[in-house]
Design a protein around this ligand. Structure first.
Ligand code: UDX
Length: 442
């Protein structure tokens, strides 16, 4: 298939490279010249394991090209729209400016029978509106909706071997048949290995994506709510999660209590869902998502409170080593990152914050140049009064508390991801604070 992918961010760049590696002829298009230059040179513009290799491999076949000119889409017959839908400033709603602009720019380059495939996460009802725009501006072109479920850090694997493929098709039977045939060809490899394919309507396809993310966010906030109860009762939320997780109906995944969720998807998607439900007159149906959001944000403050508590209520001028800035390991993404938020809040209290991360420092610095970033782990923890783990990169998870204890000023740790064995750290002389776990020391 000849494919264009509009938008080469976390989603589009990976999708373009994955499609080319599956044998399709692909052009990735983005308005950001610098990003296009990097991708042309086989350099991933963000940290995503496996992406540089995929870009190099696919680039070498000649099947993967990048362009900043939307006219390059004219050669393709299937066009994926993979631009961002960030949260509108000062509102919960999703900003559709980039989606609308991508479609408007694409219109003059479409031919009858071309299939435009929406991949961006959008409020339900967007596809129907876009179909009207398409009918007006490019008669004969067909819309399909194919939400993406890739996780940052595992995006290459999730793109090449998705756990399901969801396609929303138009109501018109002929258009639906053309769109379905195109999607079956695009995803032929995955379908050959029996990947489930859900063929549905636009609204369901749009909702599947936000419902999945709302569910995951709810699961995390559920266990974090249990952590709050555990804190009031001296119970241990990690044991509680293990115990309920053995129930196959519940499952242990996404029951990691800690500083909470962040990133470019979960927070903005639940807020966008709240805003859209309000527009639909169904605010009460997802009112619980406001609690999910509130529980999540409270956990950030809890980590800060633990730090202040360990500093006897006087954080001013104290050295605080913050381990992690990305919203999760294996990513350099700091959008709505709980780790970065904790660093900023501590800095706001006057603490001498030194923050580190294996990959996310450049992105964090762009947002918060006032913070003191340290490339070196040793620099970050030297003479620290408190060590705070907020992104559970392996290099921070598997620290030796004995060795670390030799270089800090005070053996005090706040484990914002419940990654450490409290007993082992306590035995090495540390005062330990986790989230929803019994506190050890002082
Ligand atoms: C998510 C969805 O998983 C993915 O399917 C969708 O396409 C995009 O949004 P992603 O944002 O990459 O993917 O991150 P995810 O792995 O879901 O983690 C989200 C956040 O939840 C991270 O901040 C992570 O640290 C946090 N988290 C995850 C927890 O706090 N506890 C857990 O048990 C799991």
């Amino acid at each position: 298939m000849r494919i264009s992918v509009i938008g080469c961010g976390y989603l589009g760049a990976v999708h373009a490279a994955a499609m080319a590696s599956l044998g399709h002829e692909v052009v990735g298009i983005d308005v950001d010249e610098a990003k296009i230059e990097a991708l042309r040179a086989g350099i991933a513009p963000f940290h995503e394991p496996g992406l540089p290799e995929l870009l190099t491999e696919a680039g070498a076949t000649g099947r993967l090209r990048f362009s900043s000119d939307i006219a390059a889409a004219a050669e393709a017959t299937v066009h994926f729209i993979a631009v961002g839908t960030p949260q509108v400033r000062g509102s919960n709603a999703a900003d559709l400016t980039y989606v609308d602009a991508a479609l408007a720019d694409l219109l003059p380059h479409l031919a009858p029978g071309d299939v435009v495939v929406g991949k961006s996460t959008v409020p339900v009802g967007t596809a129907a509106r876009m179909q009207d725009v398409l009918a007006e501006g490019a008669p004969g072109a067909i819309l399909a909706w194919n939400p993406e479920f890739l996780r940052e850090g595992f995006a290459v694997k999730d793109s090449l071997t998705p756990d399901r493929i969801v396609v929303g098709l138009p109501r018109d039977a002929d258009a639906a048949a053309t769109a379905e045939a195109a999607m079956r060809e695009v995803y032929a490899d995955a379908l050959a290995t029996d990947t489930p394919l859900v063929l549905t309507d636009f609204a369901t396809a749009e909702l599947v994506k936000v419902a999945a993310n709302a569910f995951l966010a709810t699961k995390i906030s559920f266990i974090n709510a249990m952590a709050e109860i555990a804190e009031a009762t001296d119970a241990d939320v990690t044991q509680l999660a293990d115990a309920i997780g053995f129930d196959a109906r519940i499952g242990r995944r996404f029951l990691g209590a800690g500083v909470g969720f962040g990133g470019g998807c979960l927070p903005k998607d639940i807020r966008g869902f709240i805003a859209r439900a309000e527009e639909l007159g169904r605010a009460e149906s997802v009112a619980f998502l406001k609690e999910v959001d509130a529980i999540n944000l409270r956990r950030r403050q809890k980590v800060v409170d633990h730090v202040v508590d360990l500093l006897d209520g006087e954080p001013f001028g104290k050295k605080v080593a913050v381990l992690g800035l990305a919203f999760k390991p294996h990513s350099d993404d700091v959008r709505d990152s709980p780790a970065l938020d904790v660093a900023v809040r501590l800095k706001g209290l006057g603490a001498d914050v030194r923050a580190t991360d294996p990959y996310a420092i450049p992105n964090a610095r762009r947002l918060h140049p006032q913070l003191d970033f340290r490339e070196s782990f040793d620099d970050t923890v030297a003479d620290a009064d408190v060590v705070v783990l907020v992104t559970e990169w392996d290099e921070y998870r598997y620290l030796d508390p004995g060795a670390l204890g030799e270089v800090v000023a005070q053996r005090r740790v706040v484990d914002g991801r419940n990654s450490y064995d409290p007993a082992a750290w306590h035995a090495a002389g540390w005062t330990y604070r986790g989230l929803g776990r019994p506190q050890l020391g002082e």
